[in-house]
Design a protein around this ligand. Structure first.
Ligand code: BDR
Ligand code: CA
Length: 313
């Protein structure tokens, strides 16, 4: 397999952190050109710090980390400390990072990298609100034709919402940015709550992380333990959804997932349903398909892949 070049745009977040570790554990398949931080789960200063904490945990201090937008395109930032804790990475004690943040702004890095690399060679992985990516597309519309695919975690259809009754967090925080991405014409692969609510951190799956007997295994078990408490109370499920690693797992083993190529649009006008992903799952409109919206995952294989890969770090 030739290595796929990716940029990870993210707001870590414990589940973002596991996704980043999965990517960094897979140098045979993925070449992580950089990590761009965006405000989301916690404010930008923390997401930019957390991205570096994670790289250092993985021993990959040469991966450049950039800070991006500190607020949505046209709204006030909404954060999710109630899920992820004050730091965004509550659940494990990790040292402050020594590796520097890059001087360039994340949006400049996205634009410059996409323009410099051969067209079609750099895939974007989006694990948070889509502000940085939408800002890059707005500033440099020419890059849209150079991105072969955006794989993103966001939205929901049958599972509806997790931050409001109608909306999933990443899309809710910056619906205007999501709208720009949905209309970009770029090939989109979406991992909504419909997928992640089937990828649950059950007790045996958390214990499998811990049983790796490594610092990474212990840390991932600590993180998943932490947000499991909150999510189990909320959903009454056996375990909490592990959202963002589905994006990286898709790049490694796409046949873990099933979905439909359909029309997906974003509600930006209504206060009641702000950030809703209106997915034409039953194809009841003639609106053109613009995204592959996933719905199914082989959860046991997904967690096996995750544990096997994390064992390599
Ligand atoms: C998404 O929101 C964040 O809390 C998680 O990191 C994930 O990206 C799930 O709705
Ligand atoms: Ca995230």
């Amino acid at each position: 397999m030739s290595r796929r070049k990716i940029i990870i745009d993210t707001d870590p977040g414990q589940d973002d952190a596991v996704a980043i570790l999965l990517a960094l554990a897979s140098p045979d398949a993925l070449d992580v050109l950089g990590i761009t931080a965006v405000a989301g789960n916690v404010p930008l200063a923390l997401t930019a710090k957390n991205a570096r904490v994670i790289c250092e945990l993985a021993g990959k201090v040469d991966v450049p980390v950039f800070a991006g937008c500190d607020a949505p395109l046209s709204r006030k930032l909404v954060t999710a400390e109630h899920v992820h804790g004050k730091t965004g990475l509550d659940g494990a004690d990790l040292p402050d990072p020594a590796m520097p943040l890059q001087d360039a702004h994340a949006v400049d890095f996205l634009v410059d990298t996409l323009r410099a690399a051969p067209s079609g060679s750099v895939t974007l992985c989006a694990l948070g609100p889509l502000t940085n990516i939408a800002a890059a597309l707005t500033r440099a519309p020419d890059i849209a034709g150079r991105v072969p695919e955006i794989v993103l975690m966001g939205g929901a259809y049958f599972e509806v919402g997790n931050i409001t009754p109608a909306a999933e967090f990443n899309i809710y925080v910056d619906p205007e940015a999501a709208d720009i991405v949905m209309k970009s014409g770029i090939k989109l692969t979406i991992m909504p709550l419909d997928v992640s609510h089937k990828a649950l951190t059950t007790r045996p799956r958390i214990e499998a992380f811990r049983a790796l007997g490594t610092r990474i295994g212990e840390t991932v078990a600590g993180w998943t333990d932490f947000f499991e408490r909150f999510d189990m109370e909320k959903y009454g499920h056996d375990g909490a959804p592990l959202h963002d690693p589905t994006v990286i797992a898709y790049l490694l083993e796409p046949d873990l997932f099933t979905g439909r190529h359909i029309n997906v649009e974003i509600e930006t006008g209504s206060d009641l349903t702000r950030g809703m992903t209106v997915a034409d799952w039953w194809r009841v409109t003639d609106r053109p398909a613009n995204a592959t919206f996933m719905g199914g995952v082989d959860a046991d294989r997904f967690f096996r892949l995750l544990t096997d890969r994390l064992a390599r770090l």
